[in-house]
Design a binder for this molecule. Sequence first.
Ligand code: ATP
Ligand code: LTN
Length: 331
Amino acid sequence: MEKKVLYSAVQPSGNLTIGNYTGAIRNWVKLQNEYECYYAIANMHAITVRQEPAELRRRTVELLALYIACGVDPAHCTLYVQSQVPQHAELTWVLNTMTYVGEMERMTQFKDKSAKHAENINMGLMDYPVLMAADILLYQTDIVPVGVDQRQHLEIARDIAVRFNNRYGETFRVPEAYTLKEGAKIASLQEPTKKMSKSDENPNASVYLSDDRDTILRKFRRAVTDSDNRIVAAEDKPGVTNLLNIYSAFSGCTVAEAEKQFEGKGYGDFKLAVGETVADVLAPVQAEQKRLLADKAYLNQVLREGAERAYKAARKMLSKVYRKIGFYQGE
Ligand code: ATP
Ligand code: LTN
C-alpha cells in the first residue's frame, strides 16, 4: 500500500528554539518511517519579514544540518529549500485568486506580525497563509505536523482546497493537521502567557537549540514563575505549568509524573532539573550539527536531490491545476 504523504516546514528566520524542536522537528523524526515525508526550509516565508541576505543564506544550511542532526533521514525524506521549487510561487498565484482579503486580514499571525512590524506590513506578510497552502497542496499531502500556533493556517489551506475542488472538480487532497499533545505549545520563559518564539527580542525569553549548557541553566534559573512555591500545573500558574510541560517534553514523563517527582521541592531545584534535562538532550544534537556543517559538499548534495524529487512531484501537480483552470499548455 502507498504511504500517506506528510508535509512540514520551518522558516530559516532566526535561531530555532526548543519550541520548534518539540512542536515540530522532533515529531518529524517520529513520523518519517510511517509516511512519505517532505520537509522544507521555508525561505520564501522568511522574507515576509526583513532578513539580512548573508544571514538568511547561512541559516538555510544550518537549518538543514539541524534537521539531519535531530534525526531526520535524508535517505527516506525529501529535504529541500522552498525557493528551489518554483511551483510554490506559481501555485500561490492561482490560489490567491480564490482567497479573500478579509480572510487574510483575520489571521492571528498576520495581526500579530503587523503589530510587531508596523513599518513593513507587506503583501507577502498578508499572503503568507496562501503560500503555505500552496506548499501543502502541491504534494497531495495527507497530514501536516505543526504546533498549535499554525493550526489556523492549516484550516485556511483546507478551505482553499475544498473551494478549488468545488469549482474545478476533485483536484487537491484536503490535508489534516497533526499535533502531538506534549510540546505542542511551549511558552516564553519571561512572559509565560505568550508563545516562545525564535524572533523574540528578549534573549532570556527563549531557549535556543544552539545555547550552551551554562546559558540554558541560567535562562531556566531566571524563568518567571510565581510566589506560592507549589510545583503543579494550573491555569493561574502559567510559568510553572510551562516548565512542567518542558520537563515532560524533554524527559518523556507525563506532567502528572513530573508533579509527583517534584512534590515538596523548591523552585530552585526544579528549575535546575528542567535546565539539566534540556541541556542533556541538546548536547548530542549540537555536536552532530557542527560535524555536518563541516561537510558542505554532503549538505549541498542532500539539497540538490531533495529539490529534484520535490520538483518532479510539484510539476505534475501544477500542470494538473493549470489544465483544470484553463491555462493553455500546448496541445
Ligand atoms: P517566528 O517567531 O519567527 O515566526 P516561530 O518560532 O514561530 O517563528 P516557525 O518557523 O514559525 O517558528 O515555526 C516552525 C514550527 O515550530 C511550527 O510547526 C510551529 O508550530 C512550531 N513552533 C514554533 N514555536 C513553537 C512553540 N513555542 N511551541 C511549540 N511549537 C512551536
Ligand atoms: N508557517 C510555518 C512554516 C511552514 C509550514 C509550511 C508548515 C511553511 N510552509 C507548510 C507546515 C506546512 C510555520 O511553522 N511558521
